[in-house]
Design a protein around this ligand. Structure first.
Ligand code: WAQ
Ligand code: MG
Length: 652
């Protein structure tokens, strides 16, 4: 979106400009702020862009948004060029701080190390501190507020630069360019206070704008700015007046760093992968040379597998495997088409009938994966005029389904029924759909389904549950959370989604619902319509797995006992863990890097556990995620608990 400045450039006719400033806060605390210049015709667009930005801040919805529009004589506006931009690599915050100190020294700051220490100790400020570049004495009149640079904008109409999304880089470059042009200011240092933004910069007239890739850890919300002053004390006031009041338009601000440099696709990928590596977020596939099961060989190493979703150990079960073999012999290796063309064979239909019966519904629709089931069903039922109410910890496939549907999405706090009720009560959408994991994939806890159903009925919403981690594990017969809570008929959710890929040892996903809803799903779900169907072997394997699950109910109870056993074994060793209503035991590990390190050490002990990181969970909520199978022995679980406790409690 292009607002304001676009027309500013063209119409030099009017001699009045407008300065539009937004400031938002929550409970009296500052949340965000931004400003633009615009000519008269662009003011409404700018106001709306800034309002959107204020209301969609990642730190939450503010309770106060102040937008102020003031006229500015065009003659008072000066144009200055943007500082030259370059980027310094830093793999760790320490390396970043060292680089910053080196640059500041070059710019003429006496003792940069101590200056950064002064900033760290100052606590959060709305503005910047001004330090005497020689003595490091604090010069700003109000220590708790600092000095706010305002009345500035870029003359370029960037997407993002003038829109409802903050472009950290181009906004910082505008501020830094204005600051560097202020009398007496010889250098600037800046770290963002946004927990997800770790790149900061050092700027000066001579050095230009030097971005430093990593100045703090992800998840850290401490940031700040220092302006270094080296001029007569008597002229400090004039410098502050310039920073706070002078209207400055910065020319030549690129939308993104290095965006003028042509890069190959591989170069772009390398840059992004480097960023992931440096943040502990890089992932790789471990290659298994063994069949699914509670033990296996990964990357050439024998290990205890504590991260499989094959909860009932059915993926390698001879009855399941031979059903798949037999079906492949009869129906072929593939189906040759989507479900609506050649891809519906007898095994698909038979399995749908059984799944519907398992979940107490009239119909079921198979998908190629749990992911495509969630994405397809939400999109099939909801459109632009509808609203989805989604638990904040729902699986990524639900989030993507919401996006695909274009419905408005109201995210409620995890399992918080007061929050869900508040959102339902506010909504006047055409259709409402409450969606929740029934067992949460990363936290292993269970949604309060009876309360959700009561609220949904009160507010006229339909309900969809994702039973990926509940099917085969929860409820006496492994039928899931409805069985667990005894919810049937009208008390049960409209859509019960599940997967064949976890407890049922095969591959694929499904949704169980009424016959009409199934009809709607088949007619509308894009992930259903536009993919080749599952091979019959996958359907037949799941069918056989259902037989085994029902004839050997000990598997279902054993997997839950094992989860309980592992959780107790961890807790008796001082490790706090969650979950235990199903097969998932999350163990908080602190930072992203700590989680990866613990998982790596466990792997060298022969224990395969997933380090779960952003974006699977929030930044800073990294964890080890253990999952148990019905066939793990108590000795194996004790061994794992001992090692995990050693690394997480003992600091190992
Ligand atoms: N004037 C003076 N200080 C300010 C202002 C302002 N208008 N706005 C913020 N600050 C101070 C305040 O103490 C904040 O805590 C701190 O600066 C950081 O502000 O090239 O996003 O707005 O990729 O969080 C750097 C981009 C982004 C690097 C910096 O700063 C790159 C950023 P934030
Ligand atoms: Mg910020």
């Amino acid at each position: 979106m292009y607002w304001g400045m676009d027309s500013l450039k063209r119409t030099e006719s009017s001699d009045v400009l407008f300065s539009v400033k937004m400031r938002s806060s929550s409970g009296g605390r500052h949340v965000s702020g931004a400003e633009r210049f615009s000519d008269e015709s662009g003011v409404c667009g700018v106001v709306s862009g800034l309002a959107t930005r204020a209301l969609s801040h990642e730190r939450g919805t503010p309770d106060m948004v102040n937008i102020r529009v003031e006229s500015v004589p065009r003659g008072e506006v000066v144009h200055i060029p943007a500082l030259k931009v370059r980027t310094e690599r830093a793999d760790t915050p320490q390396a970043g701080i060292d680089a910053a100190a080196r640059l500041l020294l070059k710019a003429g700051v006496a003792d940069p190390g101590r200056a950064l220490e002064i900033l760290r100790c100052a606590g959060q400020m709305r503005g910047a501190m001004i330090l005497d570049a020689r003595t490091l004495e604090r010069l700003e009149p109000d220590f708790s507020r600092g000095v706010r640079v305002t009345n500035m904008d870029s003359s370029e109409a960037h997407p993002g630069g003038v829109s409802s999304v903050k472009n950290h880089f181009s906004e910082a470059l505008v501020l830094a360019s204005k600051t560097a042009s202020a009398p007496g200011i010889i250098a600037e240092f800046c770290v963002s206070d946004d927990p997800g933004y770790v790149t900061g910069y050092v700027a000066s007239r001579d050095l230009g704008y030097v971005r430093i890739e990593k100045l703090k850890e992800y998840g850290d919300s401490r940031g700040g700015r220092i302006f270094f002053y080296d001029g007569p004390k008597a002229e400090l006031d004039a410098a502050i007046r310039y920073l706070e009041q002078k209207c400055v338009v910065v020319d030549g601000v690129p939308p993104y760093p290095d965006s003028h440099v042509m890069k190959t696709a591989d170069e772009n990928a390398v840059a992004e992968l480097d960023m992931l590596r440096r943040s502990g977020l890089y992932r790789e596939c471990a290659v298994s040379e063994s069949c699914a099961g509670p033990r296996g060989v990964f990357d050439g190493r024998e290990c205890l597998v504590l991260c499989s979703n094959d909860y009932l150990d059915l993926a390698r079960d001879s009855r399941v495997v031979s059903a798949a073999e037999k079906a492949a012999g009869v129906w072929g290796a593939g189906t040759g088409g989507a479900r609506l063309t050649t891809g519906t064979q007898v095994p698909h239909v038979e399995l749908e009938r059984r799944l519907a019966a398992l979940k107490g519904k009239d119909s079921a629709v198979l998908f190629n994966s749990g992911y495509t089931a969630n994405a397809g069903v939400i999109q099939a039922y909801c459109g632009r005029e509808d609203a989805v109410f989604s638990d904040e910890l729902n699986h990524a496939s639900i989030i993507d389904g919401c996006r695909l549907s274009r419905a408005s999405v109201a995210v409620y706090r995890h399992c918080r029924m007061d929050d869900l009720e508040r959102l339902l009560a506010q909504s006047s959408a055409r259709r409402k759909l409450v969606v929740t994991d029934s067992v949460f994939s990363m936290d292993g806890d269970m949604a309060p389904l009876p309360e959700i159903m009561r609220l949904a009925r009160r507010y006229g919403a339909a309900v969809m549950i994702d039973e990926a981690h509940a099917t085969g594990v929860v409820g006496a017969g492994g039928r899931g959370v409805c069985e667990n809570f005894g919810l049937e008929g009208d008390e049960a959710p409209e859509f019960v989604m599940g997967t064949l890929s976890k407890a049922l040892g095969s591959a694929g996903g499904f949704v169980c619902c009424s016959a009409v809803l199934a009809d709607l799903v088949r007619n509308r779900a894009r992930t259903f319509i536009f993919s080749t169907s599952l091979p019959a072997s996958a359907a037949a394997a799941a069918d056989a797995a259902l037989d085994v699950m029902m004839s050997e109910p000990w598997r279902v109870s054993r997997v839950r006992e094992n989860a309980e056993y592992l959780a107790s074994a961890l807790e008796s060793r001082g490790v706090v863990c969650g979950g235990r209503c199903a097969a998932i035991i999350p163990v908080p590990a602190g930072g992203e890097e700590a989680a990866v390190l613990a998982a790596r050490r466990l792997a060298s002990d022969g224990i395969l556990v997933s380090a779960i990181r952003y974006p699977s969970v929030a930044l800073g909520a990294a964890r080890l995620r253990c999952t148990v199978m019905c066939s793990h022995t108590h000795e194996e679980l004790d061994f794992a608990a001992e090692k995990i406790a050693g690394y997480l409690v003992g600091g190992g």
